[in-house]
Design a protein. Structure first.
Length: 472
């Protein structure tokens, strides 16, 4: 994205990545994603999921931006979704054309696309015509929107201001709202011009009118995915369930009381390459928990918490990168880990490694380098995105929903500070668990054991010692 933004943790100017989903037939933009630095496979999987979901109306959007009568009344869609829907098409993609970037070739994304039911058609190498529409769309957004925002960097030095980083004023959330407003209000109603359909060359068509024409020709299916579809596009792991320990996902152990039931103490009925194993899903942006689908009804999802988490309270979310750094530190220092709870102390040290906790946030910005600050900001932003993508209500009432990541750095530091205190308290209580405290004797019990007016017997050692007289 050729606009410098402000991250909400330290307030530094950062570079974001814009990922677009474009419908080739209508040239509409059904979904987009803004991520700090680079996007990952899970971000693209969530982008495809957003294509299938209706966009809720936002604060400040008027009636002109609400879903129009395009074959399906707005009241019908609002009844299905439970909220007012913006005038942005949503549908199940059939064929997806991507470039050859690393996240687009990731096996986890290919599994997510298979779960969605779409076919992957990678663009041919050195064939710009395979994805010309989306490349042209990035230039259109730059000329129609980004050039008018503060912090615009442009394609070369001649197009930018004197100091784009100092001019940056929009946060990631504000920029996301600006882009969403521009798409719904301006682009979806803009005349296409040279992109007009071949069957109506003299008519004025916009992405919304082309979508209406497509609905009149082939109809419209309101079969959008349920909230639980979020879990199905996550990364898949085939593991064994160990008694009283749970499952091991990428070096960390996760557990839930449901795994101790007798039906999960035997191999799965799955055959083939992963015969006898169970499927567990994980979100690489938040490694505090993983998700397990109950095979009894295939609708209930159990949240398996990391065994190192304290029973009460929460710690900030940590991603795959932090988990890898944690396990690397343990292996490099040859630390013996007897239980997952012992890893929590080292994890808190990594999360607070920028500066000591008691010096946050006043000293953190001066001591931490910009690279470290951007890494911390990306960690918090990805955790916020993961919390926003999760379904609002948990699958089971007695399972607490994962806590959202605090946005402010002061709140982030306060959360780690409380987690450090809770971990120290827990280890102190475990160390003193075998020590039985003895209650002090009452005054009456002390008097009964030794009468008050009885003189103590003389000590033999004192009786044999001669008394020295003082003649002073």
């Amino acid at each position: 994205m050729p606009v410098k933004l402000r991250e909400t943790v330290f307030g530094d100017a950062i570079t974001a990545t814009l990922t677009l989903a474009l419908d080739l037939y209508t040239h509409g933009l059904p979904a987009f994603r803004l991520t700090l630095q680079s996007d990952t496979s899970v971000d693209i999987a969530m982008l495809l999921r957003d294509v299938m979901l209706p966009l809720p109306m936002r604060d400040g959007w008027g009636e002109d931006m609400e879903w129009p009568y395009a074959g399906v009344p707005a009241e019908v869609i609002a009844e299905f979704t439970g909220h007012r829907v913006a005038a942005l098409p949503f549908f199940a993609p059939e064929t997806v054309t991507t470039d050859h970037g690393g996240p687009y070739k990731n096996h986890d994304l290919v599994e997510a696309e298979t779960e969605i039911g779409c076919r992957v058609l990678p663009a041919r190498v050195l064939r710009q015509t395979d994805k010309f529409a989306v490349e042209r769309q990035f230039l259109t957004i730059q000329t129609m929107l980004f050039e008018h925002l503060l912090g615009f960097t442009g394609g070369d030095v001649a197009e930018r201001g004197a100091d784009p980083e100092r001019d940056a004023s929009l946060t990631l959330t504000q920029a996301e709202h600006v882009i969403a407003t521009w798409i719904v209000q301006i682009w979806q109603n803009r005349k296409l011009g040279e992109y007009a359909p071949s069957w109506a060359p003299g008519e004025n068509h916009s992405p919304n009118t082309l979508f209406v024409a497509a609905m009149e020709q082939g109809g419209f299916d309101l079969d959008f995915p349920e909230p639980g579809f979020y879990y199905k596009v996550l990364r898949k792991h085939h593991v064994k369930i160990h008694p009283r320990r749970g499952v091991k996902i990428l070096g960390l152990w996760y557990h839930h009381p449901v795994l101790d039931e007798p039906r999960f103490q035997q191999p799965s009925a799955r055959g083939g390459k992963h015969a006898g194993k169970w499927v567990v899903r994980s979100d690489r942006r938040d490694r505090r928990q993983v998700f397990f689908q109950d095979p009894a009804d295939h609708e209930t999802w159990h949240i398996l918490r990391w065994r190192g988490l304290p029973p009460e309270g929460e710690i900030p979310a940590f991603s795959d990168k932090t988990a890898d750094a944690l396990l690397t530190r343990v292996r490099a220092n040859k630390i013996r880990i007897h239980s997952e709870s012992e890893l929590l102390e080292h994890l808190l040290g990594i999360l607070g490694s920028v500066t000591p906790v008691d010096q946050w946030p006043s000293q953190a910005k001066r001591k931490a380098g910009k690279k470290q600050r951007v890494a911390q900001a990306r960690e918090i932003t990805r955790a916020q995105a993961a919390a926003a993508d999760r379904p609002a209500a948990p699958a089971i009432a007695d399972e607490p929903a994962p806590a959202e990541m605090p946005a402010a750095w002061a709140e982030h530091a306060r959360t780690i500070d409380h987690a450090v205190d809770a971990d120290r308290r827990r280890r102190r209580e475990e160390a003193l668990a075998d020590v039985k405290p003895v209650a002090p004797a009452t005054l009456q019990e002390a008097l009964n054991r030794r009468p008050m007016f009885r003189l103590p017997p003389p000590d033999d050692s004192e009786a044999d010692t001669p008394v020295q007289e003082d003649h002073t």
